[in-house]
Design a binder for this molecule. Structure first.
Ligand SMILES: O=P(O)(O)OC[C@H]1O[C@H](O[C@H]2O[C@H](CO)[C@@H](O)[C@H](O)[C@H]2O)[C@H](O)[C@@H](O)[C@@H]1O
Length: 256
């Protein structure tokens, strides 16, 4: 059972393949998706890790890869975007969509009407995925879930995913765990020990995939999780990522 004090072992860039979620893991959660920020120093440190891992470093996010690029400029990373529905095998490579926007229009229409009728709900349109946000209004969780479920009632093949103060809908069949497993079959990831860090329910797919490969699963923040280790917050993630080999997440020397 994952307890509050299960600190992860130190990162070993020579051996590990690193997979990191974005919102709530590398950046603090805020009300509006476009307002998240990451410091230039943190971006620089991610670039150092990318080199130290010989490129075996991928972001796995519900965001579009193009949006991740904007926040992490001037760097670019191998990535699975929109929960793996788009993929970039290597930094600077093409972003390959595994699914398009086809079929989302009737769902979009129902959601647009719903958020007009309840303006405290907000609709984020990612093209191949639609998200209803209710951050700041926890009492609207049920209404958001009901709205999204109603929008897909006559639209088979779409998956509804519950995240942190959001309900998301996109074509079914892909998740972060499947994206991670696909990366692990290819260079430079293959043969390494996967490490996954994430904070949200959709990251549980990543934890399951990592555990099946005898890797290191790290839950960020509170809440139940199948992960083996825990870091308390975004700051502790950056401290852990930046710590020298042999130092723990708290910066203390590991017991030998
Ligand atoms: O897989 P992730 O990288 O964690 O992306 C998941 C979703 O992140 C964004 O929503 C979350 O962050 C927002 C900004 O902090 C916050 O307002 C929202 O409540 C969070 O759920 C993004 O807007 C979604 O599209 C992603 O699917």
């Amino acid at each position: 059972m994952l307890g509050p004090m299960n600190l992860p072992p130190p990162l070993d860039p020579a051996r590990h393949a690193l997979f990191i979620d974005f919102d709530g893991t590398l950046v603090e959660l805020v009300d509006r998706p476009e307002d998240v920020r990451i410091s230039p120093e943190a971006v620089q440190r991610l670039g150092v890790l990318q080199r130290q891992c010989a490129g075996a470093f991928a972001l796995l996010s519900g965001r579009r890869i193009a949006d991740l690029d904007r926040f992490l400029s001037p760097l670019a990373f191998a990535a699975g975007g929109i929960h793996g529905l788009e993929r970039r095998e290597e930094p600077g490579g093409p972003i390959v969509p595994l699914a398009g926007p086809a079929g989302l229009d009737p769902i979009r229409l129902v959601l647009s009407v719903g958020v007009t009728e309840e303006p405290r709900l907000r609709l984020e349109d990612k093209g191949t995925s639609l998200v209803v946000h209710y951050r700041g209004h926890p009492e609207l969780e049920g209404a958001a879930v009901e709205l999204v479920q109603r929008s897909v009632a006559d639209e088979p093949g779409f998956a509804v995913m519950k995240g942190d103060n959001i309900v998301e809908v996109h074509l079914g069949g892909m998740d972060k765990g499947k994206a991670l497993s696909a990366f692990m079959t290819r260079e430079p990831f293959v043969g390494r020990v996967p490490v996954y860090l994430g904070d949200d329910t959709t990251d549980e797919f990543g934890f399951a995939a990592v555990k099946a490969l005898n890797g290191v699963s790290i839950k960020v923040g509170n809440g139940p999780s199948e992960a083996d280790y825990r870091l308390s917050c975004v700051d502790s993630v950056h401290r852990w990522l930046g710590s020298e080999p042999g130092l723990g997440a708290d910066g203390m020397k590991e017991a030998s």
